[in-house]
Write a protein that binds this ligand. Structure first.
Ligand SMILES: NC(=O)c1ccc[n+]([C@@H]2O[C@H](COP(=O)([O-])OP(=O)(O)OC[C@H]3O[C@@H](n4cnc5c(N)ncnc54)[C@H](OP(=O)(O)O)[C@@H]3O)[C@@H](O)[C@H]2O)c1
Length: 300
């Protein structure tokens, strides 16, 4: 399948490039396309004519989004609409990523794909705009084809095909992330305080990239999918496991969100339940795999 990966220089983008190697993907990032430039998006995408567009480009600095909400909304929201429109025009499948931070974190059983989002920060609001513009484009495309309204399921074969994949607590080799932050803090030999009252599901970028390939290849119906490592933990629990797996002796201390104030509010409990697909491997198994793969790639 002729595949275009946008945001290919990002953390997930790097892993997508590997996971989709069999389809010889075109790899674009800021140098090749600015997704906030609609004319450029239309021109470049219709010139290339991909059958599959995977958008891993985003404005991902959660705290910076608080003071740059306009830009965040442009990149994570409006620009996603440009990609969706361009995909519809050429009949391409669109894969896009969203976040656990579209939820407010008050639901203690975790969130299903159909639960109502209610973001508590600017990043979450901007990512929710991105979800909504895709859903609106799907609805428009369905209506313009005169297909039955009320259910997007009716448009599966002929209409706009899209996957919105919500993920969480992503880490991998090629980006700023919690695992790498903890490992570099460990080198400093000082006590480390980590928040213990926010619960989520760490997700290995390699696993998410492979899960994306499986989703597209198995021709699942359009819709929202939750893809994270299975299980749940706090940031403190995650840090503890990181230091065990990477064999680091660290004086690790739990703290509360109130003790560690950040510009953006975070949901207290943002576990994403996968109600449509089999769960991915556990976050602990994935972390062990990461430690092994990282050791092979950069032996000490
Ligand atoms: N990281 C997480 O913990 C997490 C959690 C949940 C969901 N997600 C979602 O997962 C996806 C991948 O995240 P990630 O962590 O891999 O992101 P990332 O490492 O920040 O990569 C994003 C890439 O997009 C590029 N980009 C930014 N603005 C662009 C624009 N206007 N046009 C074209 N490219 C642009 C960035 O380039 P520059 O670096 O030059 O800006 C970067 O290469 C995103 O949709 C994100 O919202 C991530």
């Amino acid at each position: 399948m002729k595949t275009l990966i946008i945001g290919a220089k990002g953390m997930l983008g790097h892993e997508l490039a590997k996971a989709f190697l069999d389809w010889k993907p075109y790899l674009w990032d800021m140098d090749e396309i600015d997704i906030t430039n609609q004319a450029q998006v239309n021109e470049k995408i219709s010139d290339l004519g991909p059958e599959l567009i995977i958008n891993a480009a985003a404005y991902t600095n959660v705290d910076a989004c608080e003071t740059n909400e306009e830009l965040a909304t442009k990149v994570n929201g409006e620009a996603v609409g440009y990609l969706a429109e361009a995909a519809v025009k050429i009949g391409a499948i669109l894969v896009h990523y969203s976040t656990d931070y579209v939820f407010d974190g008050s639901k203690k059983e975790g969130y299903g794909e159909d639960d109502e989002p209610n973001p508590v920060n600017a990043y979450g609001r901007s990512k929710l705009v991105g979800e909504r513009v895709i859903l609106n484009e799907a609805k428009r495309s369905e209506e313009s084809q005169g297909l039955s309204t009320g259910s997007f399921a009716g448009a599966q074969d002929d209409g706009f095909k899209y996957y919105i994949i919500r993920t969480a607590w992503l880490y991998g080799k090629d980006g700023k992330n919690f695992v790498e932050t903890m490992l570099s803090l460990a080198e400093k030999g000082q006590p480390i305080k980590v928040i213990d009252d926010q619960i989520g599901s760490p997700t290995y970028a390699v696993d998410l990239a492979k899960a994306t390939h499986e989703l597209v290849e198995s021709n699942q119906p359009s819709g929202i999918y939750h893809r994270t490592g299975s299980g749940q933990t706090s940031w403190y629990g995650f840090a503890k496991e990181i230091f065990t797996v990477f064999n680091k002796q660290v004086d690790l201390l739990p703290c509360t969100t109130a003790e560690y104030p950040l510009p953006a509010k975070r949901p207290a409990f943002s576990v994403l339940n996968s109600t449509k697909l089999a769960p991915m491997r556990t976050w602990q198994e994935a972390l062990r795999a990461y430690a092994q793969e990282r050791a092979v790639d950069s032996p000490k």
